[in-house]
Ligand binder design. Structure first.
Ligand code: FAD
Ligand code: SF4
Length: 475
């Protein structure tokens, strides 16, 4: 009789494009498990009684239950179980930091590698999308109107849950395409946009209306949505899209981008296609300043756009890089060069004085200083300290600043009574209720830059609270 569990210590590896092939194209890097690999991997799950993996998942997906279904070859059954807790499994299976969530808690990780929960989630969602074409049925209407500001994972999840309850839901999105960071930030090679579009099409099938090119706070205010348009509750899921800069000399030169702008040009505007109407600088030597996931995405995008040398410039060491380990490894495999313990102090202009010269006002280099690590700071990471007389120049023609983002202050400025914190995060309680009655918020707009799954979880909680609020008012 074959053993019940597969006790192999390692995960089934993920089939992927070879590094020297993929660093020249924008197609998805990871290719996904076959059915055989998925069943084999699912058999590594011990179906633990105490389910530590479920506690590690921010939306508490019934992990062992869905994995058992995969092991039995019932992939649609597995999909139905995941769908009870997650509305974007094809997205989360690809981009969630499983190593610090479900997989970080997996019993199999104690003596070997954890079960590849993320890869199995992705497999199940992709299998469903490839084999089951049913579009969701339009729910019966309950006659109540709600508005959602922003169409990222928080807004999409909130909209989906409310639409399923029968609400008349309208999403107002500032950009010309819905999806938030999933379409403008995370590159195609990590998250194909067709997957996001399918989720948005499903929402439309549920009756959700999406009004694009609608910057709330400019075209309409939150107050107008409530008073003039008659929305009984509003959810703000406007994200944290305002980039930070270092405020060093030379940051206004041509060839200096925020990571958000650089990635938006490439992902949303498809600037990598030869016939795109949006330009993007094709550079030889690119420095990406920062060490998070966004920095890795920007560096890998710059490489794919044809740069010979792409540097990650980070003031702490490799150990302290905040990006996911998998993203750092992918970047290294693709030829990204890590210049750690290094901090920029000035971006240097080309030595050209004639304004008619195309090189006038462009980037020619970056002055940096070397750093060493001192005692841990408030974040718990060792504080970087400048080494005296260590300045040196790097030859670069493009600098991409990836230092973090904060919520855009527009909604705060145009919504009287909306309380925010010091860096613009909207103040909201556990259920997402803000300082204004009937106005809820969640996702990066409340937490500052975080993760897709946390934004989804916040959208879900707020949808339940909005429903309760509207029902209580209508008794
Ligand atoms: P967003 O996704 O930012 O969506 C907000 C939406 O609101 C946007 O579409 C915006 O245009 C719109 N909006 C803003 N203001 C207004 C307004 N006034 N009126 C109307 N609409 C408005 N997380 C992970 O879990 N894994 C990853 O691998 C990962 N990689 C990332 C890579 C990049 C490059 C970036 C930038 C982020 C990444 N994140 C990742 C973080 C994750 O994408 C975010 O935490 C998540 O998208 C937040 O969701 P949200 O719905 O709160 O906001
Ligand atoms: Fe399976 Fe790991 Fe969860 Fe245990 S902790 S049920 S082995 S996925």
């Amino acid at each position: 009789m074959p053993p019940k569990f597969n006790m192999r210590p390692d995960k089934n590896p993920m089939p992927s494009q070879a590094p020297d092939v993929r660093n020249k194209n924008f197609k998805e890097v990871a290719l996904g498990y076959t059915e055989e690999m998925a069943v084999d991997e699912a058999k590594r799950c011990l179906n633990c009684k105490n389910k530590p993996c479920v506690n590690g998942c921010p939306v508490n997906i019934h992990i062992p239950e869905f994995i058992s279904k995969v092991a039995e070859g019932d992939f649609e059954g597995a999909y139905e179980i995941i769908s009870l807790s997650s509305s974007l499994p094809a997205v989360c299976g690809r981009v969630c930091p499983q190593e610090t969530q479900c997989e970080g808690k997996c019993t199999r990780g104690i003596k070997g590698e954890p079960v590849a929960i993320g890869r199995l989630e992705r497999f199940v969602a992709d299998w469903h999308n490839a084999h089951v074409s049913a579009t969701p049925k339009m729910p019966e209407t309950n006659g109540h109107k709600v508005a959602i500001i922003g169409s990222g994972p928080a807004g999409l999840t909130c909209a989906g849950d409310l639409a399923k309850m029968g609400y008349d839901v309208t999403i107002y999105e500032a950009l010309h395409l819905a999806g938030g960071v999933l379409v403008y930030g995370i590159p195609e090679f990590r998250l194909p946009k067709a997957i996001v579009q399918k989720e948005i099409d499903n929402l439309k099938a549920l009756g959700v209306k999406i009004e694009t090119n609608m910057v709330i706070g400019r075209v309409l205010t939150v107050e107008e949505l409530k008073e003039a348009y008659g929305y009984e509750a509003i959810f703000i899921g406007s994200g944290a899209g305002l980039p930070m800069f270092m405020n060093i000399p030379g940051e206004n030169l041509k060839g200096v981008y925020s990571a958000n702008e650089f990635l938006t040009r490439s992902n949303l505007m498809k600037a990598y296609l030869p016939d795109s109407a949006t330009p993007i600088q094709k550079s030889r030597n690119v420095a990406v300043v920062g060490g998070g996931n966004v920095a890795m995405d920007a560096a890998r995008t710059a490489k794919r756009l044809g740069a010979e040398n792409v540097y990650i410039v980070y003031r702490r060491g490799m150990e302290e890089l905040p990006a996911r380990r998998e993203e750092v490894e992918h970047a290294e495999e693709e030829g990204i060069i890590f210049r750690t313990l290094c901090n920029p102090v000035e971006i240097l202009p080309a030595a050209v004085s004639d304004p008619r010269d195309p090189k006038y006002g462009t980037v020619a280099g970056m002055k940096c200083v070397r750093m060493e690590l001192g005692e841990p700071d408030a974040s718990g990471r060792r504080r970087p300290i400048e080494i005296p007389d260590s300045a040196f120049d790097m030859e670069v023609d493009c600098v991409i600043m990836s230092l973090g983002t904060s919520p855009n202050p527009l909604l705060k400025k145009t919504t009287p009574g909306l309380e925010t914190k010091r860096r613009g995060e909207i103040v909201a309680d556990e259920d997402g209720l803000t300082s204004i009655e009937g106005v809820y918020a969640g996702g990066d707009a409340v937490t500052g830059a975080a993760t897709v799954i946390l934004a989804m979880g916040a959208g879900k909680k707020a949808a339940a609270a909005m429903d309760k609020y509207i029902r209580s008012k209508n008794i």
